[in-house]
Design a protein around this ligand. Structure first.
Ligand SMILES: Cc1ncc(COP(=O)(O)OP(=O)(O)O)c(N)n1
Ligand SMILES: Cc1nc(C(=O)O)sc1CCOP(=O)(O)O
Ligand SMILES: [Mg+2]
Length: 208
């Protein structure tokens, strides 16, 4: 089952990725995407191994952003790859069937192209402007999600980009399977409590 909440770490000067993972897992996050942008690959692998220990302790899945080699070498649960990263089929051939593969879409055309591939979920964004990601694609907004999700889409679609807790009801109503958030949790006064709040808001707004 693809989680309703994809928690994503970010490069912050004051707090390590490992500590971010721990805080989110303590709040109940069961799906962690390790997104390290500003470190050499060797350092990212070390961080990934430590993040994996924490995820295992809490029973959370660990998804590695961008680096399929690291995902394979540490036997993470999966990878998230974008349009500029390894092509999805190449990632599947490299990782085999036992890894979760998620891919980024920014448009309806991206979604339709990706859903023909052997992947497990699509991250569709940005919902609104966010400074967490550089080179952001044009904002989709709630109306954009409604248009895209009105199509017959089989893969779970995860909304991403500037999402706040109060957006959750309308995003789920539009047909998203779940959401991915980074700064909402990482920059919260109490990240574990914020994680709990997001999870309970998701649970209260899922209409079977
Ligand atoms: C769930 C989810 N959706 C989209 C993205 C963005 O991935 P990408 O386009 O590769 O951009 P970077 O995260 O690598 O900057 C994501 N990470 N997660
Ligand atoms: C990593 C990422 N990808 C996006 C996309 O649109 O593809 S937006 C984004 C940033 C998500 O972080 P925050 O919750 O802090 O906005
Ligand atoms: Mg990427």
């Amino acid at each position: 089952m693809i989680s309703r909440l994809h928690y994503i770490t970010q490069d912050l000067s004051e707090i390590s990725h490992q500590e971010q993972v721990k805080r989110a897992c303590e709040g109940g996050a069961d799906w962690v995407q390790l997104r390290v942008k500003e470190k050499p690959v060797n350092d990212i692998e070390t961080i990934a191994l430590e993040a994996q220990k924490i995820c295992k302790k809490f029973g959370a899945k660990l998804i590695i952003n961008d680096h399929i080699q690291i995902a394979k070498s540490i036997q993470a649960d999966g990878v998230h790859i974008g349009k500029e990263d390894t092509p999805p089929q190449e990632a599947r051939d490299y990782l085999g069937d036992n890894y979760i593969i998620g891919c980024t879409a920014n448009t309806l055309e991206d979604v339709l192209r990706l859903q023909a591939l052997k992947i497990d979920y699509i991250g569709l964004g940005p919902f609104r402007f966010t400074s967490t990601k550089k080179n952001l694609s044009p904002v989709i907004g709630i109306e954009g999600y409604k248009v895209i999700l009105a199509h017959d889409i089989k893969l779970p679609i995860i909304g991403i980009g500037g999402i706040k807790t109060e957006d959750i009801p309308s995003l789920l109503n539009a047909g998203l399977h779940g959401i991915a958030v980074s700064s909402l949790i990482n920059l919260a006064e109490n990240p574990s409590e914020k994680t709990k709040e997001i999870i309970s808001t998701l649970e209260n707004n899922i209409h079977a």
